[in-house]
Every structure is written in structure tokens, then in C-alpha cells.
Write a protein that binds this ligand. Structure first.
Ligand code: GDP
Ligand code: MG
Length: 451
């Protein structure tokens, strides 16, 4: 479900959590990724722009700094996305309940009724279905078959063309059920005919919930459909079906939020068990692959301690970058499991592309490097360049750490590359680098770095 959006959101929060400097370039790239992902999920353009504008403003707000800024942005992103997804409403069942299911042809009403019946039956509710879709001959049979397979009582009268007559025929029996779910006929579009039919059925069924069924694949178009049904009926909520089979689900969800119609459930597959209650907060948690906002905040703190970040920033700003700083970076890199954390150390380089396979290889190297650094003398830590001229030192380190001389040489080379990059930027204030320099550096960096 919404895999692409999910993966971009995860990446975005990772980028924020792991960046040492939230400079303009990094923010730009995050905002761009977010926009693309949300638009691909069919979220309305103006909603997307509004959201990303807020993120950008917060990111470039000079008053908040360091880790607080990251927390602020993650929280903002989280809250804005939750708001975008709408509010939740849980149905509270009374003694006797009638759900009137409405929607256009093929939206998934009948399938969803069987899903709801199973959902409530599992929770000990005495539930039945009633077929009032009198327009299509096979409609009531379809409902009956689905219910039979679930051992749910289903009332139909296939030859009767008047919904009211069918209701009257069964109404005494229906009173014995705590929940009656009523199937109705759809149309190709919401026309006056359909409205008056729903109104008529509402009068005698007296529903406790009138639920609109909308397929996720219509995306943003859900907005006009939901608002039209809301105007014409006393809509109490929406069920979005086919969440599993479209990339446009984001559009359908946010559209319902826009017209303030709560999404009660989502359909996530064709089988009767493929129904989930909808809650914006937990839905977002799932997209982000995290437990909740607290877990996200912990991610920021565990990525690097506040002191680590501040120390690194301070030393790097002063132009100091010894093997000690490089080691700290290696620590965080292996802690986080990837080299792109090192890249996020350098403002603007966060967009440098590194293939996944190469990253795994890099992991092994990092292990060797960390071992090798342990065999450095204090002099070598302060000034790793001396190794270049003295092969005996390299041999000593390799021997002492159980690595090879080429490991040690590669380590020194990496260190020098990073140092050179940092030197070429020293004295430049956070966020003040221009895009051109950044691009140049990024190119240079990705060319030079060897895996
Ligand atoms: P109705 O005309 O509104 O009663 O729609 P139906 O219940 O007959 O469903 C139309 C089609 O949508 C059927 O082929 C269902 O199997 C399919 N469908 C309904 N809900 C879902 C869902 O959540 N996921 C998927 N993949 N298909 C669904
Ligand atoms: Mg149907």
C-alpha cells in the first residue's frame, strides 16, 4: 500500500535525522523528494505546496538550531501529514444498528459489506446483511454467496423490485440483529435518481450510519464524489476500497480529509479479511515504518548524540579534521549502517548517489578501518598524512590490527578525500554555500570515492 510514498517518507525522515547540517541544499532536496512522492500519490498540488512551504520555512528558520531544529521539522512533517490524512472516527455500536452502504457502481459496496460483516461477527456482534440493490439481477446473489461463505445471515428477495417491500418483508426478523448492513444499488454517477433512491431507503431503514464506499483508484476525484454525497445524504463516514491496487490512494485519503468526511475503514484486498480500521496517526506510522512520533524522535537522538554533533560541527568549522574526527564519522556510519551518513556530514552532498551494493561492501571496509585506527599512534591520529611517506608505519598498523596494507592505504586515502572536501569549505557558514559549489563538490566527491 503506497509503497513509493512510504519509502520516500522513510528516506526523508532518515535524511533529517542523520544530517549534521540542515543546509539549504539538503532541505531543497528533501522538499523536492516529498513533493514528488506526494504528487505521485495523487495528493492535491496546493496541499503539497502548502506542506512543503511550511517544512522549508521551519528548516531555514535561523532561530532554531541543531538537534532542536531536526526535532521541530520531524514533528512538523509528522503533524502536517496526519492533518492531511484527516481525522478518525470510531463507530460505536448501540443496541440496534443499521449501516446503509452507498456508492457508485463497482466501488466495492457488496464486497465491503461482507468484510464488515466478518469484522463485526469476529467481535461477537450478531450481524446480518440485507440486499436492497434491486437494479442488477445478480447483485443480491453476489451478496448472498459472499455472506454464505462467511456463515453470515443474508436477507435477499431477488424477484422483488421495490426496496421498501423487501424491507417490510424482513423487518421483524432484522430486529433480532444488533447490526444490519444494507446493500444498495449504485449508478455510474451521482444523479438525482440515485439521490432520491438513497433518501427513500433512508426513510424506512432509518440508518445509524450512512457509509459511502469509494475506490482508492479514483484518487483526488474522491473529493467531488465525497462532497456530493455529503450534500445529498446524511453521510457519517467513508470506506475507501482497493487501497492495495493503486498508487493514488494518497489522493483519495486526503480528498476525504478536505471535505471533512472521516474515513472509517480501508479495504486492502479482495478477501473478506482485507479490511482495516483507519486512523491517520497509525496509518502514517506505518508509512514511516515507525511506531509513532516518539519513535521518530528517538531516531534523531540515536543517530548521533547532541554532543557528538556539536563537537563535530565545531571542529569541522575550525577546519580541524584529524583521524579522530574521521573515526567518529566511521562510528556513526556503521551505527547507522551506511556511508551516506558520511555524505550528509558535508553540506549539500546529501544528493550524491551511491549504489546499495557498494554500500554493503563499504560496511566491511569500515570494520577494517575502525580496527586499523586502533593501531594508530597519537602522532598518526593528529597527522595521518605521515603514513604516506613511511611504508613501515603502514605495515606496522596492518600487522597490529589484523588488516592489510591496502586497507590502511585506502583508509588514509578516504580520510584525505573527506578532509580535502571539508577544507575547501572551511570558513563557510552553515547554509551559505552556493548551489554551484555544492554541485561541483558532489561531482568531485562521487567520482573520487572508491568502494
Ligand atoms: P459494488 O458494485 O459497489 O457492489 O462493488 P463490488 O463489491 O462488486 O466490487 C467491485 C470490484 O472491486 C470487485 O471485483 C471486488 O473484488 C473489488 N474490490 C472491492 N474491494 C477491494 C479491495 O479492497 N481491494 C481489491 N484489490 N479489490 C477490491
Ligand atoms: Mg454491489
Amino acid at each position: 500500500m503506497l509503497e513509493k510514498l512510504s519509502s520516500i517518507l522513510k528516506k526523508t525522515t532518515d535524511k533529517i535525522a542523520n544530517a549534521i547540517f540542515l543546509d539549504k541544499n539538503l532541505v531543497d532536496s528533501i522538499v523536492k523528494d516529498l513533493q514528488r512522492a506526494l504528487l505521485e500519490a495523487d495528493v492535491n498540488v496546493s496541499l503539497v505546496l502548502e506542506l512543503t512551504k511550511k517544512i522549508k520555512q521551519a528548516a531555514l528558520d535561523e532561530r532554531i538550531k541543531g538537534i532542536e531544529k531536526k526535532e521541530h521539522i520531524i514533528k512538523l512533517l509528522h503533524d502536517e501529514l496526519v492533518a492531511l490524512l484527516g481525522t478518525s472516527r470510531e463507530i460505536k455500536l448501540g443496541k440496534h444498528n443499521v449501516f446503509l452502504m452507498v456508492g457508485l457502481y463497482g466501488s466495492g459496496k457488496t464486497t465491503t459489506i461482507s468484510k464488515l460483516a466478518l469484522y463485526y461477527a469476529k467481535r461477537g456482534v450478531k450481524v446480518c446483511a440485507l440486499g436492497l440493490d434491486v437494479h442488477r439481477p445478480a447483485a443480491s446473489e453476489q451478496l448472498k454467496q459472499l455472506c454464505d461463505s462467511l456463515n453470515v445471515k443474508c436477507f435477499i428477495s431477488p424477484d422483488e423490485k421495490s426496496p421498501k417491500k423487501i424491507w417490510n418483508k424482513f423487518k421483524d426478523e432484522l430486529k433480532e440483529y444488533q447490526l444490519v448492513i444494507v446493500d444498495t444499488a449504485g449508478r455510474h454517477s451521482l444523479d438525482n435518481d440515485l439521490i432520491s433512491e438513497i433518501k427513500e431507503i433512508s426513510k424506512f431503514t432509518n440508518p445509524t450510519e450512512t457509509i459511502l464506499v469509494i475506490p482508492a483508484d479514483i484518487g483526488q476525484a474522491a473529493k467531488s464524489q465525497a462532497s456530493a454525497f455529503k450534500k445529498a445524504t446524511s453521510l457519517s463516514g467513508i470506506i475507501i476500497t482497493r487501497m492495495d491496487s493503486t498508487a493514488k490512494a494518497g489522493g483519495a485519503l486526503t480528498a476525504c480529509a478536505e471535505v471533512k468526511a472521516p474515513v472509517l475503514f480501508i479495504g486492502t484486498g479482495e478477501k473478506p479479511a482485507d479490511l482495516e480500521t483507519f486512523n491517520p496517526e497509525s496509518f502514517l506510522s506505518r508509512l514511516l515504518g515507525m511506531g509513532d512520533l516518539k519513535a521518530l524522535m528517538e531516531k534523531i537522538h540515536s543517530a548521533m548524540s547532541k554532543e557528538d554533533i556539536e563537537k563535530s560541527q565545531a571542529r569541522i568549522r575550525e577546519g580541524k579534521f584529524t583521524m579522530k574526527e574521521f573515526e567518529t564519522q566511521l562510528e556513526t556510519m556503521s551505527g547507522l549502517g551506511s556511508i551516506d551518513k558520511l555524505i550528509s556530514l558535508i553540506p549539500g552532498l546529501s544528493s550524491a548517489k551511491i549504489p546499495e551494493e557498494a554500500m554493503e561492501k563499504q560496511q566491511d571496509k569500515i570494520k577494517h578501518w575502525k580496527a586499523a585506527i586502533k593501531s594508530f599512534t597519537p602522532e598518526e591520529i593528529e597527522n595521518p598524512e605521515i603514513l604516506e611517506k613511511q611504508t613501515s608505519r603502514i605495515q606496522r598498523i596492518a600487522k597490529g590490527s589484523g588488516t592489510t596494507t591496502s586497507d590502511v592505504r585506502a583508509l588514509v586515502k578516504q580520510y584525505k578525500i573527506i578532509k580535502e572536501m571539508i577544507k575547501s569549505q572551511s570558513g563557510i557558514e552553515e547554509g551559505k554555500l552556493d548551489q554551484k559549489t555544492m554541485l561541483k563538490l558532489a561531482k568531485k566527491f562521487s567520482k573520487k570515492i572508491k568502494f
